[in-house]
Design a protein around this ligand. Structure first.
Ligand code: SF4
Length: 249
């Protein structure tokens, strides 16, 4: 990997551990986009419309603490059972719903969360009513629901509601800590507010940022064996420099 390929070598004296500027983040974004291409999130069976928005929200719950593959299998089970609307899901006995959701893990808890979400959709007057308003309103409404934490609320707000917010996850913490320039402590709101402040409110860019960080974390910046030699960010990465230095000792 050529040093400086991203346009920054990350070695400027005095900048160590200072959070990235917007210009730095733009370069990282372009590098990730160059490496992986535009990401197509979120894949759903439903066509664009309320059914798709509802499916994206279900996916956000089902992928909690599990890989997307398991969530997708659970969604396919719901499709196969004809349970694609809040009403149809609530008509299912909870143990039956749990079995359909089994591939997503923690399936009994997820059955209760999915039921609670379906009830909230009906109470609101439909998925579009639940997702109506600006990003802060939608996010606050979703966070008030049982079983919906910040990451899930932001995923729903961004991908289903198409409102500007930033989804923080373990991949984001890992990447920016390894690069050596985290926005601060490992705290959801610290990361979210920092990225929102730097990246602006373009929904497509925010959509791609999260998807690219996940792709990078799953394909290259692996938890136990990061593939630094194949990483487009290697020239500016503190973790990679430390690994190279200890290899040279
Ligand atoms: S160089 Fe290695 S540790 Fe750094 S971002 Fe890339 S894969 Fe992760």
């Amino acid at each position: 990997m050529q040093a400086g390929r991203t346009g920054l070598d990350g070695r400027e004296p005095g900048l160590a551990r200072r959070p990235y500027t917007k210009r730095d983040l733009d370069m990282i974004y372009r590098a990730l986009l160059e490496a992986y291409g535009p990401q197509q999130w979120w894949p759903t069976a439903a066509e664009d419309g309320p059914a798709q928005r509802f499916e994206i929200c279900l996916g956000a719950i089902l992928t909690q603490n599990t890989a997307w593959r398991g969530a997708a299998a659970a969604l396919a089970n719901l499709q196969g059972a004809g349970a694609t609307t809040p009403e149809a899901i609530l008509d299912l006995p909870e143990p039956v719903l749990g079995e359909l959701l089994r591939p997503s893990g923690y399936f009994n808890a997820k059955a209760r969360k999915v039921r609670a979400f379906c009830a909230a959709v009906l109470d609101a007057g439909g998925i579009d009513a639940l997702l109506a308003g600006d990003a802060d309103e939608v996010r606050a409404r979703l966070l008030a629901l049982w079983g919906v934490g910040p990451e899930t609320a932001d995923a729903m707000t961004l991908y289903a509601g198409r409102k500007p917010t930033f989804v923080v996850d373990a991949y984001a913490y890992r990447l920016f800590e390894r690069l050596g320039r985290p926005p601060g402590k490992r705290d959801y709101d610290t990361y979210r507010l920092y990225f929102l402040g730097k990246l602006g409110d373009d929904v497509w860019t925010l959509n791609q940022w999260h998807a690219l960080i996940v792709r990078h974390g799953q394909q290259t910046c692996l938890r136990t064996k990061p593939q630094c030699g194949a990483c487009i960010l290697e020239p500016r990465c503190e973790f990679a420099r430390g690994a190279a230095a200890s290899e040279g000792e």
